[in-house]
Write a protein that binds this ligand. Sequence first.
Ligand code: AMP
Ligand code: MG
Length: 409
Amino acid sequence: MPTVEEHRAAIRDLLAPLAGRKPELWHGTRPPISSAPRVLATDLVSPIDLPPFDNSQMDGYAVRAAEVSPGTSLHVGARIPAGHGVDLLSAGTAAPIMTGAPIPVGADSVIPIEAATPNTFQPEHESALVTFSAPVTAGAYIRPRASDIAAGSVLLPAGTVLGPAQWGVIAASGITEVPLLSQLRVLVLSTGDELTLAGHPIAAGRIYDANGASMATALAGAGARIADVLVVHDYAPLLREVFEHRDREADLILTTGGVSAGAYEVVRDVFEGCGVEFESVTMQPGGPQGAGRAEIGRFSGPVVSFPGNPVSALVSFEMFLRPLLRELHGLPQNRRTWRASLAESLTSPAEKHQIRRGVINTEREVVLVGGPSSHLLHSYAASTVLVHIPVGVSHLDAGDPVEVWSIDD
Ligand code: AMP
Ligand code: MG
């Protein structure tokens, strides 16, 4: 029986050829809308200054600082709205200027409208005056050109995870081509005669497919692209048929269900003969596991098979795929691990690495949620940590330390 560490190493070797793939060039005027985080493949250089011109930080008056002392009145000049051209500021004039509007030539500072009398913009007329009660220093309330970044500087370095602010600054720079680390395309297969797709009535003895949703979400969180999510019945010709479709191209196949020692183990039956090995890993839940390079139909590549119980599939993903896939996608690891005291005692099969689900209480202790059974998906959904009980441990008391992994992001 392979240990968790041995099976993890086997999957790492299996997926190693998928590393270092050619980056993709994203081209467009809108960021790619995808739930998976994307990573920059090379440095991006800013093609323009940001801001591109000196502009006002406030709604107020553009003035020459040297012309303003307490009690100064100036003629009100033409208004400068955001998005409009730069005029010359005539001597003795204060130009009403809006936030983001370019500073007119000749002006060197802005006085906020709140510090002027009158303190609201008046309807335009030629003889209007505005009075200032305080002096102003040159440069006040001006956002200088290139104060955020200068043209030619590195806007974002290679390896940056592109979140909202990063896509925002790419758009602000007018960039329309971004080299991205490529994503693995993963085909998700839920297997079982009992599985029904959401939205369909549920017949006697049937259940809705949970693993398609949980695995697709987990894969996207690890940076992958979902090629498709399919439900396949426990009938070998149907499973084989999936791989005859050219439009289902994938770099990796992830299956759930059909890998135990029972009858109707369709995944095992189909893949065992074509390069995938099935073993019982010393872990609970998630003991029965499959992994290997398969040649089947039009597909030739790695297959990873998890057991079908929804908790087993999720725990297997955390143990074997999430860290590896995040690494392959250039993403930092997102599971915090630490040691915490148990709030209650527990038992565990000594020959297995048991993984329980739990939450952290106000004393920072681990409270278990639900029992060890692998069908307790709702309990998993209410949990924030995985709790590890290593091989060789059959009993732990309240207060004993355990390793926990965060699962709340
Ligand atoms: P299996 O690994 O195929 O023997 O399935 C083990 C248990 O998990 C059975 O109770 C199945 O009904 C259940 N199961 C398998 N696949 C899924 C799935 N995709 N969604 C929900 N439950 C499943
Ligand atoms: Mg089954």
